[in-house]
Design a protein around this ligand. Structure first.
Ligand SMILES: NC(=O)C1=CN([C@@H]2O[C@H](COP(=O)(O)OP(=O)(O)OC[C@H]3O[C@@H](n4cnc5c(N)ncnc54)[C@H](OP(=O)(O)O)[C@@H]3O)[C@@H](O)[C@H]2O)C=CC1
Ligand SMILES: CC(=O)C(=O)O
Ligand SMILES: [Mg+2]
Length: 762
């Protein structure tokens, strides 16, 4: 993607559909007058009085305990410098988003319009009663040091300047691991630190706490090496002043083992890297652009262990790995501070986790075949679900042991489970899909590429490397629209089935179609005519191996697109029914709902087939299916033809697929409430399990439910995903959004990848 389109994409992302990245959502009922009288006057007076009696009750009756303030004055925003409070807001909202998705912590971002230390401290102190913790962000040194020190002294909630300690924790964990790989010891290595600001000073202090020796450290600021003979050094810089005869970064890099960059972009040259010691460790952490570009560094030295602060390269050493989990642990024991013991515990938890086998889900999410501890994987990935289970307990334990926890945890297993539960409602699955598609992009025909939204989706998948789009439709319109969205330079195949330019292709497909259907009343002439229809043409492209998958249906009703797919592509071997599933991103995690689009009143046998196909689809997403066959009856509580049909389907599945975790017939609330199910029906295969797949007794119930969830809960939905066709063909909902089309394209690509794998295995 060009720099210009990345810029445009970032601006549109922030502006549309609503400006900004976070919002406030009520957590209590507000449907009736009664609810409102509890939420506000008169009911609200009761918790006020309780808190008035005992201030600690504020944790019991308000959001304080899970609410963190991300506060900045905009004086050191990423590596962009002093751009002021308003311009810092996107970053602070971004931190809020990360706190929420990684650790389920709510955030108010607060941008303060002052560079005066006393005024800033006063502001934070005055608003502190609202919050369970204070995350100071992007405040420049040396002011940041005093601000944090005084707030820590004066407040009884955890205060952490993330650029200092978040960064220090992550980079220390990465450094310990990199040193292990380079077979060097922290006590002996020569370290060059570029930057002497908030992040650099705190990182270096923490490396010292782990054994780095001051005489081995050279630190530089914007004026060059920090030497003892320089005037007007701040006390923090003076801590690292050297009396060695080194004046420039070039000189400092000679024979250095480690380079730590927390300064600004592009100040390290390949020549400098060449003078470093064998197996050099280079952490170029300036954001958004590192001190030396990742690829340039790798091209310069093949023995390098390289990390940046960016998410688009291996080894992202960025405080995003720290602040969500450190605050989670601190809030959960109501720590009054984030102290050295808690920081050290986080470092150890992170560095140990990188050496553990990586769950398949993480490999899939990052499009990797097998992440293992090594030069390209020295620190866990932010989307690793183990982070929330490992880091907060380590931090919480350290808080308890060091005497700063006001609410110690007693049941650690229960705590760990509650942490995992917090990860239910995000959209990691979508990221997982896109990354997986990117590992082996396939040719996807977009049968309605002359529709703007379809074309926009094709542009995204092309630029992101998710798929190789083939654009079908009126060529003139497609070219015009491509210009409009600055997609005209893309190297993509455009085909107009109605144009004479395509006559040889059309003849080939017409001939193949005629041979298939000549005994069903299709003449050569009618076969030629039908190939002018885009969905037939697209299906033939897939049939004839000229494309790997197809996407259609944006502008036509579902049944009218299903028909040519069934007629031309047909069902897979052994398949007696096609069906669809929708994946809903719900509070409890992704849920598969089947069949949402095809089978009006499936028989018991059909239901069993739908369940089998849905199980396979769930596995394609890296999810082990736990399936409930639902009804309005529980295990025979209502006995009639309809409930018996579901029971028969379950019996059939238990016979044919004994390993499948499936049971029923069950009412939906029992299916979704594992405790209720365990209490009343302990014999069920699903008792104590978290159901993630619901097979509905008929189309009405499935379709109504998924649309209800989508509209009322605003649950994101992927699908309907077509199951059972002989080749990958996926049908969009009428008027699908660009995101939905992109997601369906990723599904189509993964579908094609899976089939290829199966073919190769045979
Ligand atoms: N990857 C990550 O997780 C994180 C990365 N960072 C990045 O680190 C950088 C610094 O952030 P932060 O410490 O908060 O900001 P500060 O403003 O506190 O510090 C910036 C430091 O960089 C120094 N500097 C500027 N230009 C040069 C240069 N050419 N050579 C050497 N040093 C230079 C400044 O020198 P002087 O003192 O003379 O002004 C100052 O010491 C930013 O790019 C930021 O994005 C920060 C936090 C986390
Ligand atoms: C990551 C971060 O906090 C920074 O670059 O400032
Ligand atoms: Mg920052």
């Amino acid at each position: 993607m060009s720099k210009q389109s990345k810029r445009r994409e970032a601006l549109v992302y922030h502006a549309k559909p609503t400006p900004g990245k976070i919002k406030v959502v009520p957590t209590k009922k507000y449907a009736s007058q009664r609810d409102l009288s509890l939420a506000y006057s008169p009911g609200v007076a009761e918790p006020c009085l309780e808190i008035d009696k005992d201030k600690d009750n504020v944790y019991k009756y308000t959001t304080k305990g899970n609410l963190v303030a991300v506060i900045s004055n905009g004086t050191a925003v990423l590596g962009l410098g002093n751009i002021g409070p308003e311009a810092s807001k996107p970053v602070m909202e971004g931190k809020g988003l990360l706190f929420k998705i990684f650790a389920d912590i709510d955030v108010f971002d607060i941008e303060v319009d002052t560079e005066n230390v006393d005024e800033f401290i006063e502001t934070v102190k005055n608003i502190a009663p609202t919050f369970g913790g204070i995350n100071l962000e992007d405040i420049k040194a040396p002011e940041a040091f005093e601000i944090e020190r005084r707030l820590k002294e004066e407040l009884d909630i955890p205060v952490m300047h993330d650029d200092q300690h978040g960064t220090a924790i992550i980079s220390a964990a990465a450094l310990l691991n990199a040193l292990e790989l380079a077979e060097k010891t922290i006590e002996d290595v020569k370290i060059v630190v570029s930057g002497a600001g908030a992040a650099a000073i705190s990182c270096t202090r923490l490396y010292q706490a782990f054994g780095a020796r001051r005489e081995n450290i050279v630190m530089l600021d914007s004026k060059g090496v920090i030497r003892t003979d320089r005037d007007n050094l701040t006390s923090q810089k003076a801590e690292f002043a050297t009396d060695r005869k080194i004046n420039t970064l070039d000189e400092a890099m000679v024979d250095a083992d480690v380079f730590v960059g927390l300064s600004m972009a592009d100040i390290v040259t390949p020549d400098m890297l060449k003078t470093m010691a064998p197996n050099p460790i280079v952490f170029a952490m300036a954001n958004p652009d590192p001190e030396i570009a990742y690829q340039l560094a790798l091209d310069t030295r093949d023995d390098i262990i390289m990390a940046t602060g960016r998410s688009d390269h291996p080894n992202q050493v960025n405080n995003v790995l720290g602040f969500p989990f450190i605050f989670r642990g601190a809030l959960d024991v109501r720590a009054t501070k984030i102290n050295e013991a808690m920081k050290m515990a986080a470092v150890k938890a992170l560095s140990n986790l990188a050496k553990e086998p990586v769950p398949e889900q993480v490999n899939i999410a990052y499009g990797e075949t097998r992440l293992t501890f090594g030069r390209d994987y020295i620190i866990p990935k932010p989307f690793d679900p183990r982070l929330i289970a490992e880091v907060p307990p380590a931090v919480a334990k350290a808080a308890m042991e060091s005497g700063v926890a006001k609410e110690p945890i007693e049941d650690w297993e229960k705590y760990q489970n509650s942490l995992l539960e917090r990860l239910g409602s995000d959209n990691k699955l979508v990221r997982l899909l896109l990354n997986r598609a990117k590992t082996n992009p396939k040719r996807v025909v977009f049968a309605e590429a002359d529709q703007l939204d379809v074309l926009k989706a094709a542009q995204i998948v092309y630029e992101e490397g998710v798929a190789i789009p083939i654009l079908l439709g009126r060529k003139e319109t497609i070219l015009e629209l491509m210009k409009e969205i600055e997609f005209e330079d893309a190297d993509v195949l455009i085909i107009d089935p109605k144009s004479d330019e395509e006559s040889s292709r059309k003849d080939k497909y017409a001939d193949a179609y005629w041979k298939q259907h000549q005994r069903n009343g299709v003449t050569k002439y009618s076969a030629g005519k039908i190939m002018r229809e885009r969905n037939y043409f697209a299906a033939m492209m897939v049939n004839e191996g000229d494309a790997d998958a197809l996407i259609s249906g944006y502008s036509r009703s579902y049944p009218s697109v299903v028909k040519p797919m069934l007629e031309l592509i047909g069902m897979g071997k052994g398949v007696t029914r096609i069906a669809t599933t929708n994946v809903m991103m719900t509070q409890r995690g992704p849920m598969f709902l089947s069949d949402t689009a095809i089978n009006i009143d499936p028989s018991a046998k059909d239901l069993a087939k739908i369940a089998q196909m849905t199980a396979r689809a769930a596995k394609m997403f890296g999810i082990e299916p736990v399936m409930a066959m639902i009804s309005y009856s529980n295990f025979g509580s209502s006995n009639n033809e309809r409930t018996k049909k579901v029971r028969d389907a379950v019996n059939l599945l238990h016979r044919t697929n004994p390993d499948l975790v499936v049971d029923g017939e069950l009412q939906t609330d029992f299916a979704l409430n594992s405790e209720m199910l365990q209490d009343i029906f302990p014999f069920s295969k699903l008792a104590g399990r978290k159901v993630n797949t619901l097979i509905f007794p008929n189309l009405e119930s499935a379709n109504i439910t998924y649309k209800l969830l989508k509209e009322l809960n605003k649950a994101e939905s992927i699908g309907p995903i077509m199951m059972g066709l002989r080749k990958p063909a996926h049908i969009l909902q009428l008027d699908a959004s660009v995101d939905e089309i992109v997601n369906m394209t990723a599904i189509a690509v993964i579908d094609a990848q899976e089939r290829e794998k199966r073919r190769q295995k045979k």
